[in-house]
Design a protein around this ligand. Sequence first.
Ligand SMILES: Cc1cc2nc3c(=O)[nH]c(=O)nc-3n(C[C@H](O)[C@H](O)[C@H](O)COP(=O)(O)OP(=O)(O)OC[C@H]3O[C@@H](n4cnc5c(N)ncnc54)[C@H](O)[C@@H]3O)c2cc1C
Length: 375
Amino acid sequence: MSKIADVVIIGSGIIGNSTAYYLAKKGYSVTVLEKSKNIGDGGSSRNGGGVRQSGRDLRELPLAMYGVQNLWPGLSEELGVDVEYYQQGNLRLGKTEAHLDILKGIVAKSKPLGLELGMISPEEVKEICPYLSDEVIGACWCPTDGHANPLTATLGYYRRARQLGVKFYTEQEVLSIKKIRGRARQVVTADRVFEGDQVILAAGLESRNIAASVGIDVPMSDILLEVLVTEAQPPMFYQMLGTASADFYGHQTTHGSFVFGGTSGLDAVNKHNGTPVNSSLTASSTCRGILGYLPALKDAKVVRTWAGWIDYCVDAVPVISHVDEVPGLILACGFTGHGFGIGPTAGTLLAQMAAGEETVLDISAFRYDRFKAKI
Ligand SMILES: Cc1cc2nc3c(=O)[nH]c(=O)nc-3n(C[C@H](O)[C@H](O)[C@H](O)COP(=O)(O)OP(=O)(O)OC[C@H]3O[C@@H](n4cnc5c(N)ncnc54)[C@H](O)[C@@H]3O)c2cc1C
């Protein structure tokens, strides 16, 4: 039996690590359990780095806005590592009237919550990013959106958390959670039992199986997403790009390479054995999308592609919630492909929940029991 911690966290992605850091900062003893040999071996080290508020589900938008206003700008300083945060805006591009209608819909939806977001003309688009195709006839522009480096942010939280005394155990695949006297308390791996006054379940997709061990179902499924990276280019622009028809999204990194995400549209029918494997179709399909908007990259070579699972929650927003039937358990999963950008906010909220404090934002929309049939 391992020593008892105030909080045991399952999963060392950006959600687990940021929560561990914010809890340690409050003086709590924290243990983090990771199944892989490597810290952050899930979506958190494989994502496209978007720190985006525009186009968010309205339930999630306040979390995204809070992070952009309060956490991301000072994160490099706080973690003592360059998280390569650029806040130079997001251009979501359109080439047809139908595209512009989609973009206007995004603007209309987000405006009431106070997000700075609007339609801009082709001339304004070119002023912001002169490299774009003349076929672009407008864009939805959010000047406060941005991007960051998933690896340095996820590992930056890990490093700072360790400096504050958080204990990380790799190669500890959690098999189940056990209740003691009605409360979640023990976390069982193949060869050990860890114990904490509270347990935070942040294991991405695999949270579903672990939650089932205490009788809770979080309706999530796996979707494969892919990313590609080009060889380094001279500095061109630091806006985040996307399109109305979701052909691709991406940005240029500090190193000069461009990182782009996309899909072949066939990912859902690709068979898999649990390992996220690239399809031969996706990179070429993404490149076709990119070159249709960014011809300036026609000679850039793709040097690497990779894939990762997202934990797609049935209503596309996460579960961030205490569990009435299992006191002591906090669920933090189902981030549905948007969890990197809101990771720092989610970690802040989860640390407040575990500390019994009032959360800085209303999290009632993320309750675990919102899927129950209403009688
Ligand atoms: C290709 C791709 C592109 C994306 N692009 C973006 C983007 O641009 N912007 C954005 O905001 N989000 C993006 N996302 C989503 C984002 O990466 C995730 O939402 C976020 O990283 C989730 O963090 P997490 O900590 O919940 O999960 P993860 O990072 O998946 O971490 C979960 C951890 O739990 C561990 N684990 C699993 N099972 C167990 C177990 N039984 N016991 C112990 N440990 C276990 C895993 O090994 C993993 O390390 C993207 C995702 C992918 C895959």
